[in-house]
Design a protein around this ligand. Structure first.
Ligand code: FDA
Length: 286
């Protein structure tokens, strides 16, 4: 499925392409529109440490390509793509090599957050790397987890940059708010904590209510738009992305590329049932 030529037809809305050059092309085009990017070389839950090392090497190439293009992009990585299922040390060492290269080129590695079984280990890695490389690393916190307020307070105290998202994995009610309105309310609460006290926070959401709340809050508190950024996923709410740019806000798009697109793509479908109809229509047309 991941390698079929038909797949390109229905993945192209969310995924820049299969090759690094396609990711770089999208990054360069977005930059011309004043939009920043974080490139994601798709993949997760690798099945060996050799595969994890290969992912790390691919990311080193991504960073080199970003540097060659002279564009202020970051990369986003998944710890399970870099070996977290096998060894925390190996995973940390793999990510450290990426952060070291990112730091040398004034870029940053954003460490995606996966399901809650990985949260503690992922935050330990982020904090260890932050001690060595400071702002060249950014954590991700998911508003659906009950624990996230405590995590944000801890990261704010350490001045670790944070991307706040709602959370994309299936979680049980003993760790995560089951109702969407509770997740949304917690998001706004955590967002305010980040905007008040956080270092270079990223507000990652396509939710108009959340974007509006962030705009009102920063306006009322006189928090300048240089102190935070909005983040969205490639292909989602392009209208809102462009509106924010036109209004003078910083926007960074998460741009995935690569052939291991299946889990990422399925999460995007699950977030919005209308996407399934969109795909079905495209398949019928082909
Ligand atoms: P919500 O789901 O309420 O959607 C609000 C509106 O946005 C919808 O009404 C629709 O208009 C639009 N929309 C949202 N999703 C859509 C979709 N798939 N297709 C079409 N329209 C859609 N999660 C995680 O667990 N770990 C992570 O590391 C990250 N990283 C990350 C980075 C960035 C830059 C973003 C924007 C998001 C993530 N996420 C993530 C995903 C996040 O947790 C969440 O699942 C999605 O962003 C959807 O939530 P919204 O905040 O957009 O709100």
């Amino acid at each position: 499925m991941e390698n079929s030529s038909l797949s390109r037809k229905f993945t192209s809305r969310f995924i820049a392409g299969q090759k690094l050059e396609e990711g770089i092309q999208v990054m360069t085009k977005l930059r011309r529109e004043n939009i920043d990017t974080s490139l994601d070389f798709l993949g997760e839950n690798v099945t060996s440490l050799d595969e994890a090392a290969a992912s790390r090497d691919s990311y080193l190439k991504v960073l080199a390509a970003i540097r060659a293009a002279g564009v202020p992009a970051t990369v986003s990585v998944k710890p399970t793509q870099l070996g977290l299922d096998f060894s925390v040390d190996a995973c940390r060492n793999n990510i450290a090599q990426l952060v070291e290269q990112a730091a040398a080129m004034n870029s940053r590695v954003e460490i995606d957050m996966e399901s809650s079984e990985y949260t503690d280990r992922t935050l330990d890695i982020v904090c260890a790397l932050f001690e060595r490389f400071h702002g060249s690393v950014r954590a991700v916190i998911q508003a659906y987890l009950y624990r996230s307020e405590a995590d944000i307070r801890r990261l704010n105290a350490l001045t670790v940059p944070v991307r706040l998202c709602k959370g994309a994995y299936r979680e049980l009610a003993d760790v995560a708010f089951p109702a969407k309105n509770e997740v949304d309310a917690n998001y706004v609460k955590l967002m305010k904590l980040l905007l008040d006290e956080g270092a270079d926070p990223a507000i990652a959401s396509h939710d108009e209510n959340i974007v509006r709340a962030a705009r009102l809050y920063t306006r009322d508190r006189k928090i300048p738009s240089t102190r935070f950024e909005f983040q969205m996923l490639y292909g989602i709410r392009r209208d809102l992305q462009r509106q924010l740019i036109a209004d003078g806000f910083r926007v960074r798009l998460y741009v995935p590329y690569g052939d291991a697109w299946y889990p990422y793509f399925m999460r995007r479908l699950a977030e919005r049932p209308a996407n399934v109809l969109f795909i079905a229509r495209n398949l019928l047309r082909s």
